[in-house]
Unconditional design. Structure first.
Length: 400
């Protein structure tokens, strides 16, 4: 099996990350149970991609599919009985999580490949028209908009009352979530395609000029940075004292989250545009070499790799002992998180760039065929925290 390059002992020192999991690394709580907790791309501000769930080992089946008028590259998020997702038909959609019925749509002036974030009853999303929009989650009415210098196809992250988002204008912005007023901006060296990760008072993001940045979340001043081997479109994942990020040469870097000191590096055989997910001491990431990798952070080596039939640009989600990820072979895969064996595959009509979100046994994901899919995965009969113990997704509130 492919092993980690650089100092293997550096990766072995990551045992503390896996052995003592701080509260921020616990699986993301159900957004219906904690309605005031922000939800966003890869589950939370640290982008761990880990969702609380009972075991999800049974075969999945398509519950419903919702049609938009163009590609769905945006990754869906769930909040309050609704699923929010953007489409390249210039719309942000709110869809009933149980039925797939449209509740509202908000029209912009260009593609919406950015993934929404929801906090305080507001949906935040970027657009290729160069704006960051804030939209009322229940009514779909605009609350404010913020203008950047170029396209915003990066996905926003929300933490501490601020919305963090990057733009093709090479700036990382911090915007007041309530008012849309800019708090600060940080000038990177290249356009920002990745979603910022936020943890421990630091914002982490890479750019298209091969640079990775760690920036103070309150002031926007640089804490540290490093030069990668290629441009960075992968979003970072922060696990305890370590930040992980991939580049377009196939490197996955591990850096000390506070100092930026290198801890190790894994090399895939092609681009890593997928963003890593972290759960229970293991890191999961896709590559354009067609593989989903599972890296044992304790051992400092690859635990397993699973091959699809095409590139993986989708970012994995981990829930109920299963890793869910899309592939450019048109499939949504469910892979055993421990063994790397495929549990099942659901075929869509075209390749998948969107990343899944998982809520109460339902996996939501977009496809280049223009649809948002809901795939139901029932827990095993009698499983603790199974169907009998897990409330159904609540109906969304009535429109105001």
């Amino acid at each position: 099996m492919k092993r980690l390059t650089a100092a293997r002992t550096a990766w072995a020192c990551l045992v503390l990350v896996a052995a003592v999991v701080p509260p921020s690394l616990a699986a993301e709580a159900d957004p219906a149970a904690v309605p005031d907790r922000p939800v966003m791309f890869q589950a939370n501000p640290a982008h761990t991609g880990h969702y609380a769930s009972p075991p999800l080992t049974e075969p999945g089946r398509i519950l419903w599919q919702f049609r938009t008028e163009d590609r769905v590259e945006s990754s869906p998020v769930a909040w309050g009985g609704l699923i929010f997702v953007g489409s390249n038909d210039d719309n942000l959609y709110a869809v009933d999580a149980r039925t797939g019925v449209e509740r509202w749509r908000f029209r912009m002036k260009s593609d919406v490949s950015s993934s929404p974030a929801v906090a305080g009853g507001t949906v935040f999303v970027g657009c290729d028209d160069g704006h960051l929009y804030a939209v009322d989650a229940l009514s779909g009415q605009e609350r404010w908009r913020f203008k950047a210098g170029k396209d915003i196809n990066a996905s926003p992250a929300v933490s501490g009352g601020l919305v963090y988002v990057g733009s093709d204008d090479a700036y990382l912005y911090a915007v007041d979530a309530a008012t849309g007023v800019e708090r600060w901006r940080f000038h990177a060296e290249g356009g920002i395609k990745a979603s910022p990760a936020v943890a421990g008072g630091i914002v982490y993001v890479g750019d298209t000029k091969e640079r990775f940045w760690a920036v103070d979340a309150l002031t926007g001043t640089q804490r540290w940075g490093f030069k990668a081997d290629d441009k960075i479109e992968s979003s970072a994942c922060v696990a305890g004292a370590t930040v992980f990020v991939g580049d377009n040469k196939g490197n996955l870097y591990a850096r000390d989250a506070v100092t930026g000191e290198p801890k190790g590096r894994f090399e895939a055989d092609d681009d890593i545009r997928s963003s890593p997910a972290y759960a229970d001491g293991f890191l999961y990431v896709g590559s354009n070499d067609d593989h989903l990798y599972c890296i044992d952070v304790n051992a400092g080596c690859v635990a397993w790799k699973f091959r699809t039939e095409d590139d993986i640009r989708s970012s994995p989600a981990v829930a109920g002992g299963t890793v869910f990820v899309g592939s450019e072979d048109d499939g949504l895969y469910a892979v055993d998180a421990v063994t790397g064996q495929m549990r099942w595959k659901v075929q869509t009509g075209k390749d998948i760039h969107s990343s899944p979100t998982v809520v109460r046994g339902i996996v939501y994901i977009g496809s280049q065929d223009g649809h948002l899919y809901a795939v139901s995965v029932p827990p095993p009969a009698g499983a603790a925290g199974g169907a009998a113990d897990t409330p159904a997704i609540p109906p969304p509130p009535p429109l105001p």
